[in-house]
Design a binder for this molecule. Structure first.
Ligand SMILES: NC(=O)c1ccc[n+]([C@@H]2O[C@H](COP(=O)([O-])OP(=O)(O)OC[C@H]3O[C@@H](n4cnc5c(N)ncnc54)[C@H](O)[C@@H]3O)[C@@H](O)[C@H]2O)c1
Length: 379
């Protein structure tokens, strides 16, 4: 296979521009594909223990066959590894092995590996080259594009991080075939988010074809991933550092989602994408409560999410006081005000400042919380 045979989406950022390549079953060609995008023969690759067993051998073999020296580091899978501690461990090892400003770091894995590796690449010698090979639906449609890196702390998710654009992103849709179905759904929540907040045509396509994406139909996945990358690339090109408000629209569903994930999820009970899916539905209910969108819209979105098998409510044990406290630490928050990305209609999101806490609590109580430990919508 040649690079030209892959679908290419460009992220237009002047000198920092980079391509995203999308194709199927090309990991054994990574050694040749990567050549235009790295300057050193020494490559530091980070993966997690699950992805290591599945895809490290083929990638490493291909890179070594092309003449690269590959040093691979494995982290324990899961959100807990996105930490200062792991970043320090990896960076210390790289420094001991010897690196210079031409060195490159490669992430092979989901958003956790990507965010952590990007963070390491951005601070190592004040910034070295970074290549993403995302292997989850979430990473292929969202986290590998746009240059946000980060680690978690006890105060919250992604509060420590940098902007560091990769040199190239290589998306092999075949890697999705080994994903746990729950992880596919989790990524699909982010896919739906793009349609809801930025592109009505894509949402309508998803209404028809979303189930094919969830079933990992090759063509449906390629199309959906390409659309998500195109939408995100356009947003990032206009507002790389989230200054104009455009990029913050991509946080639709994340203010509540991060709170649910932060309060309930660090225990491993809910994935990022599931929390975001619930956050999207609740942001739609909040939009209707504030009379920003047609009153029937949230129900429509909620039913569609359920049809796809996405969660729409959180465990009743999560307390409002904890969720609100988390939301106040959100990056969109100013002082202790609650700011949310809300919907005016499908495909049109808007950043709304200073939403009263009581309004958010009402929506959490009436629409968000499962009643008596189960959801009325569950079968
Ligand atoms: N940087 C950004 O712009 C951005 C955007 C959205 C989300 N994120 C971050 O992304 C993270 C979530 O990413 P994620 O959902 O990919 O989680 P993840 O990286 O934890 O991956 C989920 C699970 O899937 C496994 N896995 C990965 N690829 C696999 C494959 N091909 N086959 C089988 N198993 C595989 C992993 O080992 C892990 O157990 C969060 O930390 C979130 O904050 C970042």
């Amino acid at each position: 296979m040649t690079l030209e045979e892959l679908t290419r989406v460009d992220v237009d950022l002047g000198e920092k521009s980079y391509p995203i390549f999308i194709g199927a079953d090309f990991l054994s060609d990574m050694g040749t594909f990567i050549q235009p995008y790295v300057r050193s023969k020494k490559l530091f690759l980070v993966t997690d223990n699950l992805v290591e067993s599945l895809y490290l051998p083929v990638v490493q073999e291909s890179l070594e066959a092309a003449g690269y020296d590959v040093y691979a580091f494995t982290i324990e899978q899961g959100e807990m590894s996105k930490s200062f501690k792991e970043a320090e461990r990896i960076l210390e090892k790289i420094l001991k092995l010897g690196c210079d400003r031409n060195s490159a770091l490669i992430s092979l894995g989901g958003g956790v590996v990507g965010d952590l590796t990007g963070f390491c690449a951005s601070v190592l010698l004040r910034g070295v080259d970074f290549i993403q090979i995302p292997t989850t639906l979430l990473a292929q449609t969202d986290s590998s594009v746009g240059g946000k890196t980060g680690v978690n702390t006890s105060s919250g998710k992604n509060l420590i991080g940098t902007f560091h654009q990769p040199k190239a992103v290589f998306i092999d849709t075949h890697t999705l075939k080994t994903l746990d179905p729950q992880q596919v759904l989790s990524g699909f929540g982010e896919v739906a988010k793009y349609g809801l907040v930025l592109n009505a045509d894509f949402w309508h396509w998803l209404e028809e074809a979303g189930e094919r994406v969830i079933a990992l139909d090759d063509e449906a996945c390629r199309y959906a991933i390409e659309q998500c990358c195109r939408i995100k690339a356009a947003v990032v090109s206009e507002d790389e550092f989230e200054k104009t408000g455009l990029r913050s629209l991509l946080n639709f569903g994340h203010t509540i989602g991060h709170a649910i994930e932060g309060v309930g999820g660090m225990r491993g009970s809910i994935s990022h994408g599931e929390a975001v899916a619930i956050g999207c539905v609740l942001a739609a209910w909040l939009s209707a409560d504030m009379e920003l969108c047609p009153p029937e819209l949230p129900e429509k979105i909620s039913l569609q999410f359920q049809k796809w098998g996405l969660p729409i409510q959180f465990e009743s044990t999560l307390k409002n006081v904890d969720l609100i406290a988390f939301m106040k630490k959100d990056k969109k928050a100013t002082g202790s005000q609650l700011n949310f990305v809300l919907l005016e209609e499908i495909g049109r999101g808007v950043l709304v400042q200073n939403i009263p806490v009581e309004t958010v609590e009402r929506v959490l109580n009436e629409k968000g919380r499962k009643k008596n430990g189960f959801s009325f919508f569950e079968q």
